[in-house]
Design a protein around this ligand. Sequence first.
Ligand code: TYD
Length: 401
Amino acid sequence: MPCRICGQSTRTVLDLGEMPPANGLKEAKEDPDVVHPLVLENCESCKNIQLRDCLDAAQLYRHYLYLTPESPTLSKHYEDLTAHLYREGYVSADSRVLEIGSNVGHFLKYLQPGVKKVMGIDPAENVCRIAEDHGVETLPEFFGLDAVEPVRERLGDPSIIVARHCCAHNENPHSILEGVAALLPDDGYFVMENAYVLDTLKQTDFGQIYHEHMFYFAIQPVMRLFEAHDLKLIDVVMSPIHGGSIVFIASPNRSADQERPSVAHYLGEETKALDRALIEGFAEHVRTIARDLTQQVNGLVDEGASIWAYGATAKAATLLNYVGITDQLVPYCADSTPIKHGKFIPMANVEIRPEQEAFAAKPDYFLITAWNYKDELIAKAKHFAGPECRFIIPVPEVRII
Ligand code: TYD
């Protein structure tokens, strides 16, 4: 496949095989599994890493089960990011803020009290209704050129557009950037947050790989993407959220004094680190984790131990299905999201149950399948299920604690 950022040819990095859409939870165990190839490829020209095969966005996002969870880790991230946006002058009391892929509106809630107006746009109608109930006006649409006028009518000209963890979720991020370029005034800002590929690779965080994540962004290809729409990267912020994320801040204003030192700093680090050896080492580590985890889990179950997964995440689907762990070994997965309860992780057929039920069941081990919230989950389980609980941490290497 050609690179969907720069058009050059790509090479395969890792083939995870035929996998179900990771957020496509099943209503019943017997429901058939629909699978699609999950293959990661790399463009050596612009350094982009992308999925070879992309699913239709409408199929993935119109009715979306992922609701941003209530979490102290996320709240802290929103506070830090909001503070940065104010400190650097990207946001002020006069700002009109648009968030693309705003989900239930948690992040906009942080900005809402201090700015003129906020508005979200998200393709999932079920999620938009929840955001509206929270007091965040949200347009139930995909964002792109077609959304420019409807947004202008309701919000006015946005002075800042935020897109957190959604631009890599689209086969053609150019279509989002076209809309951003059309809406933003010259002194406006575009803030794009995504998992950072350097963290994903260094931490062997292969749970990031699933059909919704069509790109694994690095600074170099994102600069190419922005340049194609006359946007200049002016600031970069790193965050530990979701296993290591990067916030890109861009502006149509191309004057040199806009650029913060962070751009040269992180670009320099990335250029040194992001090479073929790192990418091939990552693929090898993934295979090692798969081997170790199957061995450990099978061994524990053979000894009579009970294991629940904890965190019905998309990464759980990638991990369990690539490694080959099914309900035969791990029958249940604890999760705090009520709409997931009673549903099944696709293909692995692990049933999702409320956290309190898991704590009452007191399994011998929790396999932490939301390792981005590892510390929170371990603390919670120890508090509610007892200090003797043990945990299997699959990434960056298999550990039992
Ligand atoms: P998320 O981080 O969005 O992972 P992914 O993007 O891979 O789907 O999902 C976190 C999941 O973890 C979500 O389903 C809610 C669950 N969760 C709990 O069950 N308990 C908790 O205390 C927290 C913070 C999350």
